[in-house]
Design a protein around this ligand. Sequence first.
Ligand SMILES: C[S@@+](CC[C@H](N)C(=O)[O-])C[C@H]1O[C@@H](n2cnc3c(N)ncnc32)[C@H](O)[C@@H]1O
Length: 256
Amino acid sequence: MVNIDTCLMVHGNHGICYIQDCFSALKSLPNQSFALCLTDLPYNILTTKVRNYRNRPVLKREIEEYDNNIPNYPQFCRDFFTEATRIAKMVVFTCGVQNLESWLSMYPKTFKIIIWYIRNYNEHGDISTFRAYEPLLCYNVPSRSFSFDCWDILIHSGNNAKRKYKHPHPKPVELYDKIMEDLAPDSVVDPFIGSGTTAESAEKHAYIVKKWRGYEKNPRYVSDIEMRIKDGIEGYDQYCKTPHLQQKLQFLVKKK
Ligand SMILES: C[S@@+](CC[C@H](N)C(=O)[O-])C[C@H]1O[C@@H](n2cnc3c(N)ncnc32)[C@H](O)[C@@H]1O
């Protein structure tokens, strides 16, 4: 990790995560400079779910820290989407079940919706906001890029007692792996990278993703991002050695 001027950066082999507010940074990126914007917006959940956290002050503080400091949430969403569609050809993001209706009314007929079915959602004791499903909104993805519209991907249980990450709401890397493999983007940007799931998956799929970029405003998650990048780089080495994945790799390279 290096510190240049006032902006911390975490480096991977193929990308950089900047520890800063994404909005000013995104403005400096040229139009269509990434194939895919893949992200997980803050859901602004405390405003609607505050009762769930009344007896859990540490969790409430953590969620407040990353999620609940957004005075005008609809404007926040619009600003994100305007920039995302300007800098990337395709945009895929989780918006939270509670925000789905508002997204669909702001942008009618704009998205293909994938449902992420979370069979073991109740094992994730730390975060009761997880439901049995989460929508993924997909903009401008080629039709037929995803073979099914409902994905059954488990969340990692046990993030409760012994948490690997400081981030209270990390997504499972398998979810992002599926997106990388189905869309095969050569470059990815994540404006709200959190624990660094996009970075891990991008490094793991370095044979597809040649460049990634992330932004995270909270320096508390730097160690998570470093850990995830390391896991991604190690994952790449193992991934490429597995014989049946060699075949998959050839298929993905052909697909591009
Ligand atoms: C829902 S979390 C992302 C979790 C991530 N997908 C993961 O798997 O770890 C959203 C993240 O966006 C960050 N964030 C919120 N507003 C931001 C901003 N304006 N610029 C950069 N990051 C921001 C929060 O600190 C939080 O970590």
